[in-house]
Design a protein around this ligand. Structure first.
Ligand code: ATP
Ligand code: MG
Ligand code: MG
Ligand code: MG
Length: 472
């Protein structure tokens, strides 16, 4: 079937509507009353209130297409065919209503019925938790062949105390053409981390409560929560080699071709830059649209980092001057069917992006020259690491997030002297602290100074977020 991304999203929601589910709108990327999360990173993240019983939904059957941001995947963008910072998670949820049998029946019908996705069952593989005999039984019942049911020890959703349970994941075999792994690669099996066996859907059976004493107590009311990556599904329908060759990303890629005079799909190294720009333009547009702003910590730092990373990749393509802000309305146009508000707010969003982009551009050229010199010197001296103090200077003087220096250097096979960098950072913190003391002594209130150059809390948040989502 040749379907647009909007039609596919709608088909998913319509299917679950036909099974008695209420369609919930895509909630803001900024979590409400949930300090454990930096960003909404899955459909279920917006439904916690229902699953923990604090709010009772009018209908225990819900479905949504939820915009989600996963910062742990930033560095995968462009390197894998399937990871984004912003993506949409299609999901169906049962709050103490239907459970394993119906969840599996629904999934199979949606995926294989000619009225719906109409996918070839031969392409589908299910991973199940080895001890979950019921999941295996229900997959067999709907007609899945024995050799398409694969046991996987890590198919258990557990975030410490609270609801937990086994899950089952659905993989689509994209075939040899999409397989850049050798036949004897250890990941070359359904359930492996790779491009051929594409993970499209995760269905979680939350049936236990993980008790404080470590035991698992069966829940009186069992829940279903699922997540299906829209971009991956679209890549299958549109027979795209990666998620990027779909109607969700091509408009930004084409616009970037026009800005740079370069052609996509001619040089794998340049393609990474095209993909990073297309991906990050979506993430920053949606994040700023939901009220986040660039800054030096938390969410703001993520936006800042994404903007800078996109700008650096623009440079790699030879683009001079501001361009990223011009992609904002392109994103708005591509997404307007389900997110009309983004296009409506695109003037404001573009203004925010432009001012951040301009600021960074002012120092970028000098910074990049310095970085390239550092890399050349490091190589000439047969060293494997960029000097920590120099890396710190790039961060401090030129606004290069150290992650960017790290990535840029890694492209050249070089690392950053992390201990040296951290030592400089500590000195900086000490200086800021004594400066603050002096100001306080003078009675000057300076919120501005506080945290300006503190290292981002990015890593901590990422870890929190990984745990909270049990991202595998
Ligand atoms: P992967 O193993 O590919 O990183 P995951 O196991 O971390 O995915 P889940 O937490 O199970 O992902 O999320 C449910 C679904 O959301 C996945 O099956 C996938 O289709 C989609 N998904 C997850 N992370 C991303 C991402 N960064 N970009 C696009 N889609 C994603
Ligand atoms: Mg998964
Ligand atoms: Mg996975
Ligand atoms: Mg993951």
């Amino acid at each position: 079937k040749q379907l647009s991304s909007s039609e596919i999203r709608q088909m998913y929601l319509d299917f679950f509507k036909s099974k008695g589910h209420t369609v919930e709108p895509s909630a803001s990327l900024i979590p409400v009353d949930d300090p454990s999360l930096l960003w909404i990173n899955s459909g279920v993240a917006t439904m916690k209130k229902y699953f923990n019983g604090s709010v009772v939904p009018k209908n225990p059957r819900l479905t949504s297409s939820q915009k989600s941001i996963r910062t742990n995947d930033i560095e995968n963008v462009g390197k894998t065919a399937r990871h984004h910072t912003l993506f949409e998670m299609l999901g169906n949820f049962s709050v103490g209503d239907y459970f394993k049998e119906d969840a599996i029946k629904f999934a199979w019908e949606l995926l294989t019925s000619d009225d719906w996705f109409g996918w070839d069952p031969d392409k589908l593989y299910m991973t199940v938790y080895p001890k979950d005999a019921d999941a295996k039984k229900f997959w067999r019942q709907v007609g899945v062949a024995e050799d398409h049911i694969v046991e996987a020890e890590d198919n258990f959703w557990d975030i410490g105390e609270g609801p937990s349970g086994p899950d089952t994941e659905i993989f689509y075999d994209r075939g040899e053409t999409f397989n850049n792994l050798s036949a004897d690669d250890p990941e070359n099996y359904p359930g492996g981390e790779n491009e051929r066996w594409l993970e499209v859907w995760n269905i979680v059976f939350s049936q236990f409560n993980h008790e404080p004493d470590g035991s698992y107590k069966p829940l009186p009311r069992k829940n279903i929560d699922t997540g299906m990556g829209l971009e991956r599904v679209v890549s299958i329908f549109q027979n795209a080699k990666t998620n990027f060759e779909t109607d969700l990303f091509l408009p930004m890629i084409h616009q970037t071709e026009a800005f740079s005079g370069q052609k996509y799909n001619t040089d794998p190294k340049l393609d990474v830059s095209f993909k990073v720009i297309a991906d990050h333009s979506r993430a920053i547009t949606f994040a700023i649209g939901d009220g986040a702003l660039p800054s030096n910590e938390g969410r703001g730092y993520v936006i800042r980092r994404l903007i800078r990373r996109a700008v650096v990749n623009g440079q790699k393509l030879g683009i001079d001057g501001g361009f990223l802000y011009k992609l904002v309305p392109v994103v708005g146009e591509a997404m307007k069917a389900y997110y009309p508000e983004v296009l409506k707010n695109s003037d404001y969003i573009a203004e925010v992006v432009k001012s951040e982009e301009d600021r960074f551009n002012e120092t970028l050229t000098d910074g990049l020259t310095l970085l390239n010199e550092l890399i050349a010197e490091t190589k000439k001296g047969q060293q494997k690491e960029i000097d920590g103090a120099e890396a710190f200077k790039l961060y401090d003087t030129y606004g290069f997030p150290v992650e960017l220096t790290r990535e840029y250097a890694a492209d050249e096979g070089i690392a950053v002297d992390e201990a040296g960098f951290e030592a400089e950072m500590q000195k900086q913190r000490d200086r800021a602290r004594s400066a603050r003391k002096d100001e306080n002594a003078m009675g000057v209130q300076s919120d501005l100074l506080i945290g300006i150059k503190t290292p981002s809390e990015y890593v901590g948040y990422t870890q929190l977020h990984v745990e909270a989502a049990r991202v595998t």
